[in-house]
Design a protein around this ligand. Sequence first.
Ligand code: HSE
Length: 309
Amino acid sequence: MDSIRVFAPATVANVTCGFDILGFAVENPGDEIVVKTCTKPGVIIKEIKGDAGRLSHAVHENTATISILNYLDHVGSDAGLEIYLYKKMPFGSGLGSSAASSVAGVFAVNELMGQKLRTEELLKFALEGERVASGSAHADNVAPSLLGGFVLIRSYDPLDIIKIKTPEKLHAVIIHPEIEINTKDARNILKKNVPIKSAIRQWGNVGGLIAGLTMNDFGLISRSMEDVIIEPVRSMLIPGFDQVKSSALEAGALGCGISGSGPSMFALSTAVDLATEIGHAMQDQFAQIGIKSEIFISEINQQGPIILD
Ligand code: HSE
């Protein structure tokens, strides 16, 4: 094999109560990468499309190639690789765009090299790309994009990633309003200390959400989708947040919150038709304050990255 094209999915991180520890992958959107081998050793970015010229072509600055370089270093390879990156989702959207590119890149190169490492072992390389993109190596986008499914990061040191079973009927709607939020900024505004009362409520919700997912208990999922720590701060960055969230809940969502660091918001529902209705209700609210938005409806993507050709 001397060329490969890989798709890696977007992700919803945090999932309300699970800041930095919960995330799930969606079917669409996602990023694509083509990696070709060449005779001259070293990694070179040949083309980036869909970024409106905003991404660096310098391999030590681009999240996808940072991950690839870390991988090559680890396996002791001086392979010659040409990278073609196709961004298929908006920047600063809260959909895990940088994570999807990192995952696609490192997954593609591992395939080209005859799967030198297991998929789970690729996580630490993709995390290096995330560290550069957002100033922190949080795994709640990278892990679900790489492994697929709904993921709990039980521990960062050492990394302990657990895939959580989810009800088959579960559908997500993501709405991306046409505004941009930089993850670094959205992390910097967070309070550094959490009152014990809020912490107790939050970890009760995390436990409840995980239990609800594994037990197919939609009532419990719904009750647990509450974030008393991060959302009250970050929601101020999203115009119309309260109205949009209320409209999702009124339309029948199990719960609704910020996707990652925003501005995208997500809601969970029990059926695809209902998810579509919820999405339209949310979109109407954004429209009322003059904000255009795009909707994505998806089951939980259990697969993670896929080889396109
Ligand atoms: N957990 C991260 C955050 C996800 O909320 O900052 C960023 O996409």
